[in-house]
Design a protein around this ligand. Sequence first.
Ligand SMILES: Cc1cc2nc3c(=O)[nH]c(=O)nc-3n(C[C@H](O)[C@H](O)[C@H](O)COP(=O)(O)OP(=O)(O)OC[C@H]3O[C@@H](n4cnc5c(N)ncnc54)[C@H](O)[C@@H]3O)c2cc1C
Length: 310
Amino acid sequence: MLELTYRRSLLAVANLPPVAGFVKRFGWRLGVGRFVAGEDLDSAVAVLKRLDEQGLASILDLLGEFVASPEGVSAMVQEIETALTRLASAPQRAMSVKPTQLGLGLREGAIDTALKNARRLARRAQEAGARLCFDMENHPYVDGTLTIYRTLHAEGFDNVSTVLQSYLKRSLQDLDDLLALTPKPVLRLVKGAYLEPEQIVYRDLAQVDRLLREMIYRGLEAGAHIDIATHDETLIRETEAFVRGAKIPPEQYEFQLLYGVKPKLQQALRQRGHTVRIYVPYGKDWYGYYSRRLAERPANLAFVLRGLFG
Ligand SMILES: Cc1cc2nc3c(=O)[nH]c(=O)nc-3n(C[C@H](O)[C@H](O)[C@H](O)COP(=O)(O)OP(=O)(O)OC[C@H]3O[C@@H](n4cnc5c(N)ncnc54)[C@H](O)[C@@H]3O)c2cc1C
């Protein structure tokens, strides 16, 4: 309960304009570089190369979320296209995008714009031999994100995937709906990172963990490709045992972790023979992403405060 209170309080404080202003000003001195590959594409590609040398796969993410203006959306889509073109010659080819970067947050024509942009980027990704994942933002965008994924899946794009969050009460039903698709979907399963209204999420963190486990097992048993995106070592051990017991082939799943989080675990998983993919965010709009990382672990905030005052 204390953990949940810390998380919710930090995310609420992070939304206050003076706090945001201060952190944005001193960000790199506050340790942003631990979680963010850099502010430009070159720095991010250098990180992809380093990870590749360490035997780790990667998925690139251009930071920027809750984009609400048509100009903002056009700029984002262009930047993502540039990144996808660059990925064609990079050692690893996968990219995550936020649905509001595609236009899902626009006041008018949101879903049509987002679908058009999603299709354009999925095609560009295909040309680059890359995968494209539609990340999940907060609850107002869940239906739209699933519509984008289902539409492209129905159109035959086999290089796209999306995300479900186990903290949302609706997710088990969403999972069952997606598992009915042919061919089977590619899904990243996570606990969920946003500050959501209490009525729509599970408040008990143990329940969120149990549900994530249930969703992972259900997805694997149904034959979907599951990206197990967590740093929870108990859950990871349990999933490894499940995969062994159910004889799930290695190409049907991978572990995904965030850049800068538990690097020893990243390597240990690789050494235990699994595909491990690291989520590599870059870009100037790092504030929201960075605050969620601080909210996930009190020690991260302590680290920042020590850097400031220690
Ligand atoms: C590849 C990837 C993609 C993701 N995509 C999305 C998405 O699209 N939408 C979404 O809502 N969420 C996404 N998330 C975030 C996810 O929802 C969780 O907020 C985040 O992964 C933390 O939860 P956890 O499963 O690691 O479990 P937790 O129970 O939070 O943590 C498990 C252990 O890992 C440690 N840990 C967790 N986070 C950190 C951190 N930041 N720094 C240091 N230690 C940490 C904890 O201290 C604890 O020991 C993604 C996560 C990953 C790994």
